[in-house]
Design a protein around this ligand. Structure first.
Ligand SMILES: [Zn+2]
Length: 124
C-alpha cells in the first residue's frame, strides 16, 4: 500500500504582536511578549499558546528554521495531540498515558520551584 504521506511543516513568522487571526501552519513568535502561538498541528483548529521563558518553552532559530522545545502536549484538548516542532517540521509523538501526564506535570512543578527559589536567592 502506498501512503501519500506529506510531512507537516510550519512556517515561522516573527511578529511584534500576535495577530487576532492565527493562520494554520504558521508559528508566530513574539520576542517582545515572550510568546509563540500556532494552531494545533493535528488540524483541529485550536490555538496553542506557548509562553517563552526559562521554565516554559524556548525557541531556537538557526537563521532558516525554528524549533520549539520541549514538545507540545495538548492534554487539555480533545485531540490530545503530542508533537515536536523541529526545524519547522512537525514530528508527532505518541500520546502520553495518564500516568506520564501526571509525571510530566510534577516535573514541571519541580522545575518551576527550583527556578523561582534560585531567583529569590539571587534577589537577596
Ligand atoms: Zn489538535
Amino acid at each position: 500500500m502506498l501512503l501519500n504521506y506529506k510531512m507537516k511543516t510550519f512556517q515561522h513568522s516573527f511578529v511584534e504582536f500576535i495577530p487576532d487571526y492565527i493562520e494554520e501552519g504558521i508559528l508566530y513568535i513574539s520576542i517582545k511578549y515572550h510568546t509563540a502561538v500556532h494552531k494545533c498541528a493535528c488540524g483541529c483548529g485550536s490555538e496553542i499558546v506557548t509562553p517563552i521563558s526559562p521554565t516554559d518553552w524556548r525557541v531556537t532559530y538557526n537563521g532558516e528554521t525554528t524549533s520549539l522545545y520541549p514538545s507540545i502536549g495538548n492534554w487539555g484538548l480533545e485531540c490530545k495531540s503530542h508533537y515536536w516542532i523541529e526545524n519547522d517540521k512537525v514530528i508527532f509523538a505518541r500520546s502520553w498515558s495518564e500516568k506520564e501526564i501526571e509525571q510530566g506535570r510534577n516535573l514541571d512543578k519541580k522545575r518551576k520551584n527550583q527556578y523561582f527559589s534560585k531567583w529569590k536567592k539571587r534577589k537577596k
